[in-house]
Design a protein around this ligand. Structure first.
Ligand SMILES: Cc1ncc(COP(=O)(O)O)c(C=O)c1O
Length: 480
């Protein structure tokens, strides 16, 4: 049976005054506010908001950069507190996994917090170069190069060139075939090795059986470290073990990381240059309203388990790195729509039709049945009813909640001028759906509002225009 995800208001009663849905979404006078920003006002007449003199139209993407900074600061604070409590001797390194959202404003914001930078393809290298030129990716930041870097790829060659500009670069070797270009380059590279360990496993043998195209099995890990030790220009620095994504059970998370910890400790015994244990991604974040995860308890268990493992093998504990993708960017993104019509055609529930597409905006909802938070922006103080949402495309999958979902969606009965928002959609959705380009049923891309606050807390807005009809037509090869 599917676990019921709480994706919005779950009753026909109005939302109580001042109700806090999440730390950043709150009811106020019947309207939804995002950290104090009146979202209904953005859709109705944005010129009434101080600092914004453009009238915005629906649908509208909103990104709120302070939430990225908050998430990073919170994770660093928890690691600092637990390290102190356990007297953990290693450092913590926060890296942003740029595949979750590679938009300029996101990368600029993560780097602005001092985060290290993780990448996965050759264009990522070009992005890093631009950020170095702007003085944002400074020399002390580590750049971690994951992804397939086989000998003949542009990515492998581009990484080697980037090293000339930014030597603090760690290619993480996925496969033995990735080593020769690094060795031949003659550059002094720090390198990482990636263990095949995705998904559940109890011990080393079980981990080796994992069905994953990422990383090397145990035999190849040992071969790789031998080649690295024999190469005069390579130094083994990092061990990488990623076991999953959005892992909601902290015991599972650490249990799956335990066999990799053991491999780390054995490797460290023979290779004292090894100093970073990188657990990759997987850190969960609130994508529904009933999300629960005790970050502190997870990190406590992670570091304590690592201490025990290292004591068993009599090696020093490593620095810990996480590559936080979804955790960093999920919550900063919202997508607002207007209800263009409410249709009661004797389907099981009334249909509320939005002025955009659910399936092209949030591909994980139809492809994987994933849930996101959906709330009205106005009429929160009025009665609700259970409904289904439909996108404006003619596709039967363009609906929300996803097919087979057991999660009910309640929205206000009043639909005249009703606007809604999808929340916690800032990771992966835009990258999977594509930025610009042509979309299903030739729907144009929405305008995007980038929202930030200056040091005095004043709102700052930047508008990234969406697509006009001419852009879509040109993109498909039509010329006027
Ligand atoms: C190597 C690597 N690191 C980090 C991440 C980010 O994972 P998450 O979004 O779960 O934080 C991914 C995601 O696929 C990944 O492949």
């Amino acid at each position: 049976m599917e676990k019921i995800a709480k994706i919005g208001w779950e009753s026909t009663e109005p939302v109580p005054a001042g109700h806090q849905f999440t730390p950043y979404l709150q009811e106020k006078n019947g309207r939804l506010h995002l950290d104090g920003l009146d979202l209904a006002q953005l859709m109705q007449d944005s010129t009434q908001l101080s600092g914004l003199d453009t009238r915005l139209t629906s649908p509208l993407e909103v990104v709120y950069l302070p939430l990225i900074r908050q998430r990073i600061a919170e994770m660093r604070a928890v690691f600092a507190a637990v390290r102190e409590e356990l007297n953990y001797a290693g450092q913590f390194h926060y890296a942003y996994a740029s595949k979750a959202n590679a938009a300029e404003e996101v990368i600029r914001t993560t780097l602005g917090t001092g985060a290290h930078h993780e990448m996965s393809s050759t264009i990522d290298v070009d992005i890093a170069r631009l950020m170095i030129a702007r003085g944002l990716l400074t020399p002390e930041r580590m750049i971690i190069c994951n992804g397939f870097k086989a000998e003949t790829t542009d990515y492998a060659a581009n990484i080697i060139r980037l090293h000339d500009q930014h030597p603090n670069l760690i290619p993480v070797v996925e496969d033995l075939g990735e080593l020769p270009p690094l060795i031949r380059s003659g550059r002094e590279f720090q390198v990482g090795i990636r263990q095949k360990c995705y998904g559940p496993h109890d011990d080393l043998a079980d981990m080796d059986r994992s069905n994953s195209r990422f990383g090397m099995d145990l035999e190849d890990v040992w071969k790789a470290v031998d080649y690295i030790s024999a190469a005069p220009n390579l130094q083994l620095t990092m061990y990488h073990a990623m076991v999953g994504s959005q892992i909601l059970n902290r015991e599972d998370f650490v249990e799956w990381l335990e066999p990799p910890m053991e491999v780390y400790a054995r490797l460290r015994k023979r290779h004292p240059s090894l100093r970073i244990f990188n657990f990759g991604g997987g850190m969960p974040v609130r994508m529904t309203l009933n999300f629960q995860f005790d970050y502190r308890a997870f990190i406590h268990l992670l570091l304590a388990t690592m201490q025990q493992m290292c004591a068993r093998y009599d090696v020093p504990v490593p620095d810990i790195m996480g590559e936080f993708g979804r955790y960093t960017t999920s919550e900063h993104g919202a997508h607002l729509f207007s209800i263009i019509t409410a249709k009661d055609n004797f389907s099981t529930l009334p249909w509320y039709i939005i002025d955009g597409s659910i399936m092209t905006s949030f591909p994980d909802s139809w492809a994987l049945g994933e849930h996101f938070i959906v709330l009205p922006l106005n009429y929160l103080d009025q009665p609700f009813q259970q409904v289904r949402l439909g996108g404006i495309t003619c596709d039967s999958d363009d609906v929300y909640p996803p097919h087979n979902s057991a999660s009910p969606l309640y929205l206000p009965v009043e639909t005249e001028g009703l606007a809604i928002g999808f929340f916690s959609i800032g990771a992966y959705q835009e990258m999977l759906g594509g930025v610009r380009g042509s979309k299903h049923c030739v729907l144009p891309e929405a305008n995007e509002l980038v929202v930030d606050r200056d040091e005095a807390g004043r709102w700052q807005y930047d508008i990234i225009p969406g697509q006009a009809a001419a852009d879509v037509l040109r993109n498909l090869g039509y010329r006027p």
